[in-house]
Write a protein that binds this ligand. Sequence first.
Ligand SMILES: CC(C)(COP(=O)(O)OP(=O)(O)OC[C@H]1O[C@@H](n2cnc3c(N)ncnc32)[C@H](O)[C@@H]1OP(=O)(O)O)[C@@H](O)C(=O)NCCC(=O)NCCS
Length: 228
Amino acid sequence: MSDVGESRHTRDLDLFTLIREDYERHGRDWTRPGFRAMVVYRFGVCRMRIRTRLLRAPLSFLYRRLFIRVRNRYGIEIPFTAQLGRRVTLEHSHAIVIHGNSVIGNDCYIRQGCTLGNKSLDAPFDAPSLGDRVNVGTGAKLLGKVIVGDDATIGANSVVVKDVPSGAVAMGVPARIVRKADLRPSAGNGVDAGSRSAQVLRPAEFTVDSSRPRAPGAPRRPSRLSSD
Ligand SMILES: CC(C)(COP(=O)(O)OP(=O)(O)OC[C@H]1O[C@@H](n2cnc3c(N)ncnc32)[C@H](O)[C@@H]1OP(=O)(O)O)[C@@H](O)C(=O)NCCC(=O)NCCS
């Protein structure tokens, strides 16, 4: 069976609905590598809904060919075991590597040069979990079992090795967590621009459920970062 790799956001939707949403999200441009990679990923996931292995075999053969093509031509690697939500946008192409145990929520942006992967070969199954509407800047690396909350932003070229609270901005190497509001004094929040940087959030302020999505090798179960 079955729903291996299937995000809880997508398991009730058919392949064409998911692809149509991805198409819209990629500017209705079927030539974009990100869109093509998403189509192949969706196909890889949805083919697993066919329970009989024999019936699935020709689709699996086709999927593997397409996966290799996308990886080698566009430099985008998203195994079907990763759990991607709806309307995930892959802006641009190349050096996008998503670990097979990663979880990505709805409406997230992943850009060129981004890696969501394990931190060490000693823990090869550890992978990041992103909530909804997470915006990952170009070149960012998210390593290990980090949890990134809804609406968080990861700065370009950041290396994230710790959880990022909902709505926060994480930036730098290693990424430090800064309140989003503190970065936008013009939004009328009364924050002095001079004191805006590096206000680190305490764990108690996190709004994500920090329980892990699953143990390595364990059956997949829904992420609890947020509800639909
Ligand atoms: C993180 C980010 C969202 C912050 O944007 P912002 O809210 O406008 O923040 P500012 O530009 O005002 O910068 C605020 C502070 O963070 C620093 N900063 C900004 N981006 C940073 C980054 N990626 N890494 C490290 N520090 C960064 C600034 O130098 C500044 O520091 P200071 O307060 O000490 O002067 C933005 O810089 C970013 O990285 N966006 C990614 C966009 C992207 O990937 N574009 C590619 C499109 S193809």
